[in-house]
Design a binder for this molecule. Structure first.
Ligand SMILES: Nc1ncnc2c1ncn2[C@@H]1O[C@H](COP(=O)(O)OP(=O)(O)OP(=O)(O)O)[C@@H](O)[C@H]1O
Length: 333
């Protein structure tokens, strides 16, 4: 049995806007175990990045209120001060961003950027740091580590930059990595290579990974568990096998029905009506997905939708899932 490594409990992240605080992440709870890849999925604006930045405590403190707890070993990350968090970030907790070109420092060589992390978190000698950096670059599949060590980010291809960022994230053997859309900017073949790389690193190191993505293909490829977020809330979670085989929440089913598949023979993809509400227009009462499935009767929704355990370790919010069907279209199941 894998041990829990990160436990997110009732996490609410609110941003201060002109008229007060608005929650982008609303009472979210889930656990990441060692050896596990947990995918957080949802459309743009559902709160995935706000969640990732809350875990890393990277939000602007003056404008953001974070409530709840994020338990990592003996600490609650929400309660740590900046100095305490700095000791964990880059060492215990690694992060891989979507845009390697903006995440990397354009004025510093790749080798130097990896060594910076080692400078901060280890007592290695200059020589040992260089050797470790070479080893890391080789580990992530960079063909000529000596050469890439001296290169600047703009001199590398997107895939190579992403590999360099992964080597930076794993430099200090973190227990948890948060990868926010790590392959979105890459073409499909490179995307597959980067996913394979992440999976193989995880197998060797037993770390827990939170993979933020809007791409269910990526989820099916490498994740063990899924957390589906809609409008700041978790609407469904469980194992990948269970959720792909038997998605229950109307939102999860709609997302899955929007994936192109040669097998279904559907000539057109499902389009989900409407859009994710902005945080200032978020309904705080009732089912947040209700307006996007307007053909489902009002009385099938709960007034204060809860997560229900519909099978072992499979949770679904609101009772509307029991009554949902696709309007005028045979469902892909
Ligand atoms: N710093 C901020 N200040 C105010 N509102 C914010 C801030 N960051 C995010 N938001 C709002 O919070 C909501 C969730 O945004 P978030 O970026 O977390 O979504 P997401 O699911 O990661 O989308 P994407 O895939 O596009 O990054 C959005 O309505 C967004 O406008």
């Amino acid at each position: 049995m894998n041990r829990p490594i990160l436990q997110i409990e009732n996490l609410t992240t609110s941003f201060r806007l002109q008229d007060g605080y608005h929650a982008a992440v609303d009472n979210v709870s889930f656990t990441v175990n060692e050896n596990e890849i947990v995918a957080v999925v949802g459309e743009s604006g559902c709160g995935k990045s706000a969640l990732a930045l809350s875990i890393m405590q990277l939000h602007n403190k003056q404008r953001t209120k974070i409530e709840g707890a994020i338990r990592y070993r003996d600490s609650d990350l929400v309660a740590l001060n900046e100095a305490q968090m700095n000791k964990l970030r880059g060492k215990d907790l690694g992060m891989i961003f979507q845009e390697s070109l903006t995440a990397l420092n354009p004025l510093m060589t790749v080798g130097r950027q990896i060594e910076e992390n080692l400078d901060y978190h280890t007592d290695l000698t200059k020589k040992a740091k260089k050797a470790r950096t070479m080893e890391l670059l080789a580990k992530v599949g960079i063909p000529l580590p000596e050469f890439t060590y001296k290169q600047y980010p703009h001199e590398l291809s997107g895939g190579m930059r992403q590999r360099s960022m992964i080597s930076m994230a794993i430099a200090c053997n973190p227990s948890v990595i948060i990868a926010d859309e790590p392959t979105t900017a890459l073409d499909v073949t490179i995307q597959a290579q980067i996913l394979d790389l992440l999976k193989s690193i995880q197998k060797k190191t037993h770390m827990g990974i939170i993979l933020i993505t809007h791409d269910l293909g990526v989820v099916a490829e490498i994740a063990d568990r899924i957390v589906v977020m809609y409008a700041g809330q978790v609407v469904e979670m469980g194992t990948v096998l269970r959720i792909f085989k038997n998605p229950r929440h109307p939102y999860t089913r709609s997302l899955m029905n929007s994936i192109p598949s040669a097998a279904t023979g559907q000539d057109r993809l499902h389009v989900i009506e409407g859009a994710v509400p902005s945080i200032t227009r978020m309904p705080r009462q009732g089912c947040r997905f209700k307006d996007r499935i307007s053909w489902i009767p009002d009385n099938t929704h709960e007034n204060s939708p809860e997560l229900h355990e519909v099978a072992s370790d499979h949770w679904v919010r609101c009772s509307c899932y029991k009554h949902f069907y696709f309007q005028g279209r045979k469902e892909k199941r």
